[in-house]
Design a protein around this ligand. Structure first.
Ligand code: MRU
Length: 371
């Protein structure tokens, strides 16, 4: 994997692909300290970028996997490579269904083509998935803006107080973000708001959210994850907006670890709790959240913290040497705690019947491409 030139990158877009040649990604392991672009040229580059979280967030993981498959086919477009590349990419991260969905779509599109037609077709399909992601998120933003406008009308004399968790902004997608898309749209429409951004231990994706909001000039405050309950109890939060890694058929949602606790606190205080998710995040092959695989990550993510040292250089600090740790990366929020799931088609109640009506095309085909 090579470093890519810093110049002429479209900030607010996470990925820049050049036909059948290369895919440049914004390296999220270096944010918020440094904006560095990396060039993916091989299947192994794409695999690594997803696994070590240089790209992250459910939609962006799916799009990167689609380009990873295209990169593999540019080297060798045989059936064997098509199958092996899809299996390798699918194994990188288990919870975000967008990964299996994008790979399933790519395979279905490519398998029947003669090998010589596959590289160009793969590239076109990956581009289409990327563009669809950007459009879906823009639409989530437009629908979410209406929700925020209505909420702002209830509190006309002060800025809306919103809370989010993890990073579901443009960094987690190709463009716009999911949970942050309504916030960007509301800010653009001059609806006064402020966002409580939870740190999101252990990987601190909240810092990515704070970085995004700072760039956009949106008032926000970083809080420790454990401060969220207090703020909600003190009625300092009007609504919570989070993203999703997978939505099960009954409306249960997998999202970044810590989401469930916020949903519990929000439900207790009758604070609306919205989950923003484009339709590729739906997996109706999973009857409920209990069936969703939860990724467990390396214990060193807890044992170490990363940041800028006194010498101004990036550093890792060990906060414990050899404690046994358990590091689940996601949790499940039961549908009963969710006010609505906000998709590109608008808000939908989090229950089986409503989801079936809202996204009937997702029903007969499972999210992972299986019947
Ligand atoms: O482990 P990550 O950083 O990939 O997890 C990201 C999240 O949990 C996001 O909230 C989710 O993918 C929605 S992103 C639009």
């Amino acid at each position: 994997m090579k470093k890519a030139a810093l110049l002429h990158r479209p900030l607010r877009r996470t990925l820049d692909a050049e036909k059948q040649e290369r895919v440049d990604i914004l390296d999220q392991t270096q944010l918020p300290w440094r904006e560095a672009w990396l060039r993916l040229e091989t299947l192994a580059d794409a695999e690594c970028a997803i696994r070590v979280m240089q790209v992250r967030g459910a939609p962006l993981i799916g799009v990167t996997a689609a380009y990873g498959l295209a990169l593999a086919l540019c080297q060798d477009a045989s059936d064997a490579v098509l199958n092996e590349a899809a299996v390798r990419l699918a194994a990188t991260r288990p919870t975000a269904i967008n990964l299996a969905w994008a790979l399933g779509r790519m395979r279905a599109h490519l398998a029947h083509l003669p090998p010589e037609a596959r590289p160009a077709a793969a590239w076109r399909e990956a581009d289409a998935i990327a563009e669809e992601d950007a459009r879906q998120n823009a639409s989530i933003g437009a629908h979410g803006q209406k929700i925020l406008r209505d909420l702002a009308a209830v509190h006309p004399r002060r800025p809306l107080q919103l809370m989010t968790h993890c990073n579901a902004g443009w960094l987690a997608t190709v463009e716009h973000g999911t949970a942050l898309a309504p916030i960007y749209a509301a800010h653009a429409a001059k609806i006064p708001l402020h966002v409580w951004v939870s740190e999101t231990r252990p990987r601190n994706q909240g810092l990515l959210t704070a970085w995004e909001l700072q760039q956009a000039g949106i008032p926000h405050t970083l809080i420790a994850d454990n401060a969220a309950g207090l703020l909600i109890l003190q009625e300092r939060v009007d609504a919570v907006f989070v993203g999703a890694d997978r939505v099960a058929a009954n409306g249960d949602v997998a999202n970044k670890i810590g989401t469930y606790l916020k949903a519990l606190a929000a439900a207790r205080q009758h604070v609306p709790f919205y989950v923003a998710a484009p339709s590729p995040t739906f997996d109706f092959s999973q009857p409920s959240g209990a069936d969703i695989p939860i990724e467990t990550r390396d214990g060193d993510e807890l044992r170490q913290i990363a940041g800028i040292g006194a010498n101004g250089k990036f550093a890792r600090l060990r906060i414990t040497e050899d404690e046994a740790v358990y590091n689940p990366a996601f949790d499940i929020t039961p549908a009963s705690l969710i006010t609505a799931i906000l998709t590109e088609n608008g808000p939908c109640p989090a229950n089986r019947a409503a989801l079936a009506l809202h996204a009937p095309e997702k029903w007969p085909l499972c999210g992972n491409g299986k019947k």
